[in-house]
Design a protein around this ligand. Structure first.
Ligand SMILES: NC(=O)c1ccc[n+]([C@@H]2O[C@H](COP(=O)([O-])OP(=O)(O)OC[C@H]3O[C@@H](n4cnc5c(N)ncnc54)[C@H](OP(=O)(O)O)[C@@H]3O)[C@@H](O)[C@H]2O)c1
Length: 400
């Protein structure tokens, strides 16, 4: 029996998602049937103070010898770290990922990968030059649920996909919830708005169903038509974006395929938080696959075939289980006792890639992350949305 290889993680930033991810990282991988890798957290860094990093390590239940750092610069010098998870606002990803790559560290970087495609291309170039692993942390792509949906598509069960409708909307009152204008979702200095924060998931569903499922050698970028509504109070973030995409395909593969990706801070994917209608609909001539909200952490699918067959499936989140006294969640939300959040699957993939010597993620390589950034650039161009130069630049280092 081969023994599991342990991958040593460093955590860059101590905010909301860093905490959720790191707690999931520390869940025993055998609870989800993973036996070839293990994860350990060896260090965490806060940009504001060492004590914040100390508190973070305590809060997530990291081993007592994990090192706290009061700066990201110190973290990247730690020779015990195999890979760094970046969980700063997306405005900062380019500078932070460059810092890690320049120091010779492998990187798993939160979504949206960067502010624009040029930054994403620069990071990919740097990772290649340094022979390092680099992956955008689009966790949803690594869910068993997503693998099932992609397999259904490539099996031809519903025929060649003709159309995908994908929404990820938040149902908030932004003027009230973010009244000081400083929150990441509305703040232009943090690349704020629905598109980069939430719309990335609508595009994830469009791309993983209509693009990723096509043979790598023949898939082509989509044409893009977009409407973008600027958020009134800050005038430089989008409140809502609606994107129509047209994917070229050969006649044998079904011809041109269409998608509509939508996102909004204000309206809901399903009103009343009920998750009782599909936010994602993947349609082919022989049937439809539906994925129920939230688009980023779905746990229910429905397959409806033309002959009337309906197949519902639940996709529970594994974890330490009931009676463990362990909880995870995000943004004030608490999952059931012992239920993981679902971020461990992307961590397993990053660890597996390191063990196998791969330099990119299996279900979304860097070319695809770059292409999605290009689509978001085009949406912003058509909608007239730019961010401050200091966060759009590829100049490194730039003080933010
Ligand atoms: N995968 C998901 O489900 C998911 C969910 C939410 C967010 N995200 C992504 O994760 C990233 C972080 O989101 P979050 O919700 O964790 O944000 P957050 O709670 O505001 O945390 C961000 C952290 O980044 C660090 N930071 C460094 N410079 C900063 C600055 N100028 N302003 C604010 N924070 C700064 C801070 O940590 P230190 O002081 O410790 O350095 C802060 O705690 C974003 O890119 C977001 O899109 C992903």
């Amino acid at each position: 029996m081969s023994t599991a290889k342990t991958i040593r993680w460093g955590i860059l930033a101590t905010g909301g998602i860093a905490k959720t991810f790191t707690k999931d990282l520390l869940v025993d991988p055998t609870t989800r049937g993973v036996k070839h890798v293990k994860h350990s957290v060896v260090a965490a860094a806060s940009s504001s103070s060492k004590s914040r990093a100390e508190q973070f390590l305590k809060d997530v239940g990291a081993p007592s010898d994990a090192k706290p750092y009061g700066s990201y610069e110190e973290l990247v010098k730690d020779s015990n770290i195999d890979i760094i998870y970046i969980a700063t606002p997306h405005s900062h990803h380019y500078q932070n990922a460059r810092l890690c790559l320049e120091a010779g560290k492998n990187v798993l970087c939160e979504k949206a990968f960067t502010v624009n495609a040029e930054q994403a291309r620069e990071l990919a170039k740097k990772a290649k030059e340094k022979d390092l692993f680099l992956m955008e942390a689009v966790w949803t792509r690594y869910f068993p649920l997503s693998i099932y949906v992609r397999d259904l598509i490539t099996s031809g069960k519903i025929g060649p996909i003709a159309r995908v409708l994908a929404d990820n909307s938040m149902a908030t009152d932004p003027e009230d919830a973010f009244s000081d204008g400083k929150h990441r979702l509305v703040n232009p200095d943090l690349a704020g708005g629905a598109l980069l924060d939430l719309g990335i998931y609508s595009l994830t569903w469009v791309f993983q169903t209509l693009y990723h499922t096509q043979p790598a050698e023949s898939r082509q970028p989509p044409k893009v038509l977009a409407a973008l509504k600027t958020y009134g109070p800050t005038k430089a973030a989008d409140e809502a974006s609606t994107i129509v995409l047209s994917f070229p395909r050969s006649d044998e593969a079904g011809g041109e395929a269409h998608a509509v990706a939508t996102t909004s801070l204000r309206v809901a994917t399903t009103p009343g938080g009920k998750a009782d209608a599909p936010g994602i609909r993947i349609q082919g001539p022989k049937g439809e696959i539906q994925v129920f909200p939230p688009a980023f952490r779905p746990t229910h699918t429905r397959l409806i075939l033309k002959d009337g067959t309906v197949e519902d499936k639940d996709w529970p989140q594994p974890g330490p289980g009931e009676g463990s006294g362990w909880y995870n969640g995000f943004g004030g939300g608490k999952n059931a006792e012992g239920e993981g959040h679902g971020m461990f699957w992307e961590a397993d993939e990053a660890a597996t890639a390191l063990v196998e010597g791969r330099k990119e993620g299996k279900y979304e390589g860097l070319d695809e992350s770059i292409l999605i950034m290009e689509v978001m650039d085009e949406v912003r161009k058509q909608g007239g949305l730019t961010y401050p130069e200091k966060i759009e630049t590829i100049k490194y280092p730039t003080q933010l």
